[in-house]
Design a protein around this ligand. Structure first.
Ligand code: FE
Length: 144
């Protein structure tokens, strides 16, 4: 894989949990409703659990009912790459982290407006970077 970050299989095994390794490096899927973020409503930036690259913003997260964190779009289009996935006798579009090539999940065309897309991502492929400090008085106020 031609990616910015390349590590040996052993390095990935050392750095990731076995569950993360299975999803990120073996293109596995975590069980629905078991991950850390499917029901998470916190603000922040979702980063790649393998390389730390920014992938999705909490603003783009929506309730899909699937048991996996779901987003209408990546933080920036260049954050991910899309690949045709023909496993399981269907054709799906696989989503990978552009920086490190790790498998994140799949994208489907049945998402809400405005994009109509549903990026269905494994929780364990993500790391939520919550804002460090925030004034509670500004919680629901306008953002500058
Ligand atoms: Fe990555």
């Amino acid at each position: 894989m031609d990616t910015e970050i390349t590590k040996t299989d052993q390095e990935w095994r050392n750095e990731l949990t076995s569950g993360q390794y299975h999803v990120l490096r073996e293109r596995g899927t975590e069980r629905a409703f078991t991950g850390e973020y499917w029901d998470c409503h916190d603000d922040g930036r979702y980063r790649c659990a393998a390389c730390g690259g920014e992938l999705f913003a909490s603003d783009a997260k929506f309730e899909s009912g699937t048991g996996w964190p779901s987003f209408t779009e990546p933080a920036v289009a260049e954050a991910v790459t899309l690949h045709r996935d023909r496993t399981f006798l269907t054709v799906r579009t696989e989503v990978r982290c552009r920086r490190c090539g790790s498998h994140l999940g799949h994208v489907f065309d049945d998402g809400p407006r405005p994009t109509g897309q549903r990026y269905c991502i494994n929780s364990c492929a993500l790391d939520l970077d919550r804002p460090r400090h925030r004034d509670p008085a500004e919680r629901d106020g306008p953002r500058s």
